[in-house]
Design a protein. Structure first.
Length: 124
């Protein structure tokens, strides 16, 4: 896997995790009645407030990175692996791991998006 593909997958993962921390995790704590735990977490990691304040830009960035990563995966889906048996196994293994990371990132993004932009309309 080339460096730029690894970078896209890494940025995608971190972008989706940041949406989880900004929106889904606080909503989960409050809905479970763990508001005091959320306050303790925000006291220990005040950057969570910054993430929540800038959630629109955060979701745009994470969505953009997910899109780029998905397009790169789609374009390279039929790229050949090396002929060497060990390298071919490593190539296939990395493709499976990459697909897992992409799917996990997408799920984290969708959970964060739901709690940030949709859930509060359903609670009314």
């Amino acid at each position: 896997m080339s460096l730029h593909k690894s970078l896209f997958h890494t940025l995608t993962l971190f972008g989706s995790f940041s949406t989880l921390f900004c929106c889904a995790l606080p909503a989960l704590f409050v809905s479970l009645g763990a508001g005091a735990a959320l306050i303790g977490l925000v006291s220990a990691v005040p950057q969570l407030v910054w993430l929540s304040e800038h959630k629109i830009g955060l979701f745009i960035f994470a969505g953009f990175m997910l899109t780029i990563s998905g397009v790169a995966r789609y374009i390279g889906r039929n790229a050949p692996c090396p002929i060497d048996t060990e390298k071919a196994k490593a190539c296939q293994s990395l493709r499976r791991i990459s697909f897992g990371v992409f799917c996990f990132s997408l799920v984290m993004y969708l959970i964060g998006f739901y709690f940030a932009f949709i859930a509060h309309y359903l609670v009314k």
